[in-house]
Design a protein around this ligand. Structure first.
Ligand code: AMP
Length: 256
């Protein structure tokens, strides 16, 4: 049996299978890393850019743990709304299932509400936001209101065949949204997330939807690399997939 967090050998130390806890990976090497002392009083804002399946969610979760600030994933917020059957979820559903982007107006409303919450006072890690230049401009406006911000932007530049391979193996916990990479020969139906949640295939985790998401990414999100220009630090995964703890260490370096 092989079951790993997506593209990773860190983070989730074990999964439950038929009530048996199975240890599958080692402890994460970067848990003790923090922003440097001189920035300690600043509000830390990290933007993780990258195509679908580039690992934004996995790395954002670990960075958030290391820095003790929340991960904000607009995708996770939308999925929760969808599951709850809220008006917002209903509005977002068709866009999400077809691989399209949810309109900026809706996303900005969700985002502003989220960063107004108390746990964002010391900063936050953005995973999947901004996704359009319009969202980035509005984010700039919001950040400009606070002079006490340390902003870091990392772009995960992962080759397309690697993105498709990750998508094929990917299962998501329906409760906490953690992602697992399930290799051939294993049945995810019997596996459970560490939190006890069921592992499911996301409705948008098919090759067809990934193709459409990548087309939208190229058109609407890739321009953010030019928009942010020299503020962006690139971390590339080319040729064959790299162990996630290695990539994470490279991301952490860029955040120092
Ligand atoms: P994710 O989990 O980040 O891959 O997001 C899943 C889906 O939610 C995306 O394919 C979009 O339909 C929608 N979504 C998430 N974040 C945004 C955003 N910042 N702007 C527009 N749509 C978004």
């Amino acid at each position: 049996m092989r079951i790993l967090p997506i593209s990773a050998n860190f983070g989730l130390n074990s999964v439950r299978k038929n009530n048996t806890q199975t240890r599958v990976m080692s402890a994460m090497p970067c848990d003790s890393v923090s922003f440097t002392g001189k920035n300690e009083s600043l509000r830390k804002v990290v933007i993780l850019l990258g195509a679908p399946n580039s690992g934004k969610g996995t790395y954002a979760r670990k960075i958030a743990q290391s820095f003790s600030i929340p991960q904000i994933s607009t995708g996770d917020i939308l999925r929760k709304e969808l599951k709850a059957g809220s008006e917002l979820g209903k509005e977002a559903k068709s866009y999400m299932e077809s691989g399209g982007l949810v309109p900026d107006e809706l996303i900005m409303k969700i985002f502003k509400n989220r960063i107004a919450e108390k746990d964002c006072a010391k900063g936050f890690i953005l995973d999947g936001f901004p996704r359009t230049v319009n969202q980035a401009r509005q984010l700039d406006g919001l950040l400009a209101e606070d002079k006490n911000i340390s902003l870091k932007i990392v772009n995960l530049d992962v080759d397309r065949p690697i993105l498709y391979a990750r998508s094929a193996a990917r299962y998501t916990c329906e409760d906490c949204s953690r992602v697992y990479s399930i290799k051939e020969g294993y049945t995810p139906e019997t596996a459970k997330c560490e939190c006890g949640g069921k592992l499911i295939k996301r409705a948008d985790d098919t090759p067809e939807v990934l193709t459409s998401r990548l087309e939208n990414y190229d058109k609407q999100t890739l321009p953010l690399i030019d928009y942010y220009g020299s503020k962006v630090s690139n971390v590339g995964v080319h040729g064959k997939d790299a162990p996630a703890d290695e990539t994470l260490a490279r991301v952490m370096e860029k955040l120092q």
